[in-house]
Ligand binder design. Structure first.
Ligand code: SF4
Length: 278
């Protein structure tokens, strides 16, 4: 009676969201380059059933969390939904397209220290991985973009479990000049002891810029990037281009999966500029 109409009345029309570079669309381990290239090329998307209404749900969860912080915590919350300029990237022939985003807010503690606040709702599976030390590179890169844009050096990256009421946060420190990010501490609402699998990263911002360059490069060529994940992966189950991707399998000129590290520019001493354990 209602189940079959709710998505129709509340779902987002994917055609109304054309691709443009945004910190939320950066890739690292969990976003598919091939799917992003399809989107950039303007190929119509069909949202997978399980992705319907997601952005509305995320917005509601963010607002719920912001309200709790605003009304009940000792932190001062300011600059909510303030737009920041995170950098310039190439897009549709414009080599200086503004990479902009709205930050969730800025927290000020009782010692007047200021932190960027970034809230990320995640599913139970992702939350369990975070408890096991997973670091979610896409989210870290996004925080580098946002800290640079906001001119802040610390960030509270707050994950909200969508299936339970649990939270988990990373306190991040970022040296924008050196493009060096450190996870300073991790805490969870259940008091778990969490040790990140890696806590020091160099070159994440640069790698994020290179991701957008790669999307442009593929979109402007006739070559499709390879599939990033297996068909049974959760990433493919959420993908808007599943059918097309399967049809295009044989046409892909590069059958090998592209490791994320291939997006990292090499420097003259032969060392990678990114994700190098310090
Ligand atoms: S179906 Fe999977 S591999 Fe294909 S474009 Fe989508 S996410 Fe990428």
């Amino acid at each position: 009676m209602l189940a079959n109409v709710l998505h129709a009345i509340n779902g987002v029309d994917p055609q109304e969201i054309p691709y443009k570079p945004h910190p939320s669309f950066v890739g690292a381990k969990n976003r598919c380059l091939r799917a992003t290239v399809y989107w950039r090329m303007g190929i119509p998307r069909t949202l997978a059933d399980r992705a319907q209404s997601l952005s509305c749900e995320h917005k509601a969860l963010r607002e719920l969390t912001l309200r709790t912080i605003r009304e009940k915590s000792a932190y001062r919350l300011s600059c909510e939904n303030t737009r920041v300029l995170c950098g310039l990237v190439e897009f549709m022939g414009n080599k200086e397209y503004s990479l902009e985003a709205d930050i969730d807010g800025v927290l000020t503690d009782m010692m007047n220290r200021r932190y960027l606040l970034q809230i990320e709702p995640v599913v139970q599976k992702a939350f369990e991985e975070l408890l096991e030390g997973e670091t979610y590179l896409e989210k870290l890169i996004k925080c580098c973009f946002l800290m640079k844009g906001a001119g802040l050096t610390q960030c509270v990256l707050l994950f909200k479990n969508k299936n339970t009421s649990a939270y988990l946060d990373f306190l991040l420190g970022y040296d924008c000049k050196a493009d060096f990010l450190e996870i300073l501490s991790v805490s969870s609402s259940q008091g778990d002891l969490i040790t990140p699998l890696q806590n020091r990263f160099t070159g994440l911002y640069r790698a994020g810029i290179e991701w957008f360059e790669k999307v442009e490069e593929f979109a402007n060529s006739s070559i499709l990037p390879p599939r990033s994940f297996s068909r049974t992966s959760w990433q493919c189950s959420y993908c808007s281009y599943g059918n097309l991707c399967r049809q295009d399998d044989d046409k892909s000129t590069n059958p090998l999966p592209m490791p994320w590290s291939s997006l990292i520019r090499r420097v003259s001493n032969g060392m990678s500029t990114c994700i190098r354990q310090e």
